[in-house]
Design a protein around this ligand. Structure first.
Ligand SMILES: NC(=O)c1ccc[n+]([C@@H]2O[C@H](COP(=O)([O-])OP(=O)(O)OC[C@H]3O[C@@H](n4cnc5c(N)ncnc54)[C@H](OP(=O)(O)O)[C@@H]3O)[C@@H](O)[C@H]2O)c1
Length: 243
């Protein structure tokens, strides 16, 4: 990774893992474009540009590419980190809610469609060679969590897309990384789970993975679960089903 005149684009940048990533990349001396629907929580910094955009819609994606074009810097790293996890039970009373289909569509749009469209929109701006796209997936991309079926499906889709894109972009010198967090102590996991790592620890793992050109970033428990899933997928399926 080089620093000067190369942009880091981070989605989901207003809190949790994304905000920690913003702070780590700024500390490391990079210009950062931080995107969320409300970026007011980010602290002003000479190297920081913020953009309030809803990435569940195409207009939000277009605003990101317009801003990147206006900044005029090659994109060294795009981190598709924004995500939402909804508990959805297709047998429960929730499905009678007329807003349920929109909730489901928006969850897929943010978790799966937005990273694909952002890769498409920002590829013309990516540093070549040596640009990197990081897609933040989840362990439930490997075995689903039944209480969050749409989230699990969207992350499985993103993990698959990540592998295919890696092959497509190899000849252009753009690397594609999958980041698989373990449980991280953020708003998304508030009130549940034990043994969480901090968002800063997850951000450090992503920085290290990008700098060392890793294909997969899986700190802490994640790496062990990924290995176990290759050996004993049924066991992991049962464990994640209880999470
Ligand atoms: N926390 C974990 O244990 C864990 C585990 C595995 C994977 N992950 C993944 O890691 C990523 C970050 O998770 P996190 O725990 O840091 O989540 P978080 O604290 O809930 O933050 C989510 C971020 O996404 C942004 N966001 C939500 N809806 C958006 C929209 N429609 N358009 C644009 N931005 C939107 C939020 O900002 P605004 O609300 O301001 O838009 C926020 O910055 C997610 O992809 C998640 O699936 C997390």
């Amino acid at each position: 990774m080089t620093k000067h005149g190369e942009l880091i684009v981070i989605t989901g940048a207003s809190r949790g893992i994304g905000l920690a990533l913003v702070n780590r990349f700024l500390d490391a001396g990079f210009p950062v474009l931080a995107i969320a629907r409300d970026t007011a929580s980010t602290k002003a910094h000479d190297n920081l540009t913020t953009l309030d955009a809803d990435l569940a819609g195409r207009a939000g994606i277009a605003r990101v590419s317009d801003r990147v074009a206006a900044l005029g810097l090659p994109v060294a790293v795009l981190i598709n980190n924004a995500g939402v996890q909804n508990a959805i039970d297709l047998t429960g009373p929730q499905i009678a809610n007329p807003e349920c289909p929109d909730l489901i569509r928006d969850e897929i749009a943010l978790n799966l469609t937005a990273p694909i469209l952002l890769a498409l929109a920002l590829l013309p701006f990516m540093l070549r060679p040596d640009g990197t796209i990081v897609n933040v997936t989840s362990l439930v991309s490997r075995q689903p969590k039944p209480s969050a079926p749409v989230y699990s499906a969207s992350k499985a889709g993103l993990a698959s897309f990540t592998q295919a894109l890696r092959v497509q972009l190899r000849s252009q010198g753009v690397r594609v990384v999958e980041a698989v967090p373990p449980l991280v102590d953020t708003g998304m996991t508030s009130g549940r789970g034990k043994g969480k790592i901090s968002p800063e620890a997850m951000a450090d793992a992503i920085l290290e993975g990008v700098a060392n050109q890793r294909q997969t970033v899986a700190p802490g428990l994640s790496r062990r679960v990924l290995v176990l899933n290759r050996l004993l997928p049924e066991l992991v399926r049962r464990i994640l089903a209880r999470s």
